[in-house]
Design a protein around this ligand. Structure first.
Ligand code: UDP
Length: 327
């Protein structure tokens, strides 16, 4: 079987990717330091504990499994934290990725699928966010991901490391079977926090800013189902296996929802009140991030099947109610 090294395979998106890779006949080897991931999310292939900045450990894992490709999810990804502790983001995300790329090249592994983000575009009014759009990140998280994109281009030129970069919009929802799901500690993402408030696990959901220049004053995001997102990764992997050129793809649906709309849909799905507090803006938040591209559909043949907002909240709510990870 074809082996793929999955960094961050114990995390939210990485664990869903491992499930789909296994279903598609690959062996996903999870490489994760468990700083934000969970060992019991590793269910679909071997687990190798390790840190991206540990070159010797990476060399060992590449030598043991000789993966044909890397799917690189491992990263810190909280916008707010990145504004307060940028050094953590440059160290973990940028220095960690550099070590990973050097280890991959040394091991002769020449394909990499990378998790990037729409946060690399920054706050751009009235600009259609397609892959050719300029990148002006306004937070250290986005800046760290843009730096890795640059690094990938240099490594391709110098060392032939071919890559697919996916710029995610807002990933949401969970595995419909609820084998794996979303669990961050602390949780900072909107939908799980709304569901926590609905379930009484927190007093209320604080809306970060109600005076944005949007129809209801709250930020607008483009939510994409995690299962659709990881399907795109498998298509990206096959793209590279077929010898196609390195490419960047946005992963979003092209439809934006405000924070208040997410709250209203959550109320409709759960049939429970969402207790809400209106708070100040969160540093680093863009007003509106919505994908303006259909490149993934046209070139990869990607079809988003579950990315309807109601479906994403239903899947997240099912996972939430399983009580998984309530340790
Ligand atoms: N948000 C909010 N309250 C929260 C968490 C998030 O109002 O407790 C808002 C946040 O300001 C952003 C949107 O929800 O506009 C999505 O935030 P999230 O952290 O889920 O993803 P991000 O867009 O930062 O990647």
């Amino acid at each position: 079987m074809t082996t793929v090294l999955v960094t961050g395979g114990a995390g939210y998106i990485g664990s869903h990717a491992c499930k789909v890779l296994a279903r598609e006949g690959y062996t996903p080897v999870t490489f994760d330091n468990l700083s934000t991931g969970w060992e019991d999310a590793v269910q679909f292939g071997p687990f190798e504990k390790g840190d991206l900045t540990d070159r010797a450990r990476l060399d060992e894992v590449f030598a043991t499994y000789q993966p044909v490709a890397v799917m690189h999810f491992a990263a810190l990804s909280q916008v707010g934290e990145s504004m307060n502790q940028p050094g953590k983001y440059w160290h973990n995300n940028v220095a960690g990725s550099l070590t990973l790329l050097e280890a991959a090249v040394a091991a002769g592994c020449d394909k990499l699928v990378f998790s990037s983000t729409c946060a690399t575009y920054g706050d751009q009014d009235n600009v259609v966010l397609d892959e050719n759009c300029d990148q002006h990140p306004i937070n250290a998280y986005g800046a760290s991901k843009r730096a890795i994109e640059d690094m990938l281009r240099d490594f391709e030129t110098a060392h032939g490391l071919s890559h697919v970069i996916f710029r995610y919009f807002n990933v949401a929802g969970c595995d419909p079977d609820a084998d794996v799901g979303e669990y961050h500690q602390p949780e900072t993402h909107l939908i799980p926090l709304v569901l926590d408030a609905v379930a009484g696990k927190r007093d209320a959901l604080t809306i970060f800013g109600t005076n944005y220049d949007t129809p209801d004053g709250t930020c607008i995001r483009d939510y994409v189902h995690v299962m659709d997102l990881v399907d795109a990764h498998v298509l990206g992997l096959k793209w590279l296996e077929n010898g196609k050129d390195s490419r960047v793809f946005n992963l979003g649906t092209g439809t934006g929802f405000s924070v208040r709309e997410v709250i209203n849909h959550s109320h409709a799905v759960t049939n429970r009140e969402v207790p809400v507090i209106e708070g100040p803006r969160r540093a680093g938040d863009c007003t509106k991030l919505v994908s303006g591209s259909t490149r993934a559909e046209q070139e990869l043949g990607w079809v988003a099947k579950r990315s309807d907002l109601k479906q994403m909240i239903e899947d997240a709510w099912r996972w939430h109610q399983t009580g998984h990870y309530e340790k």
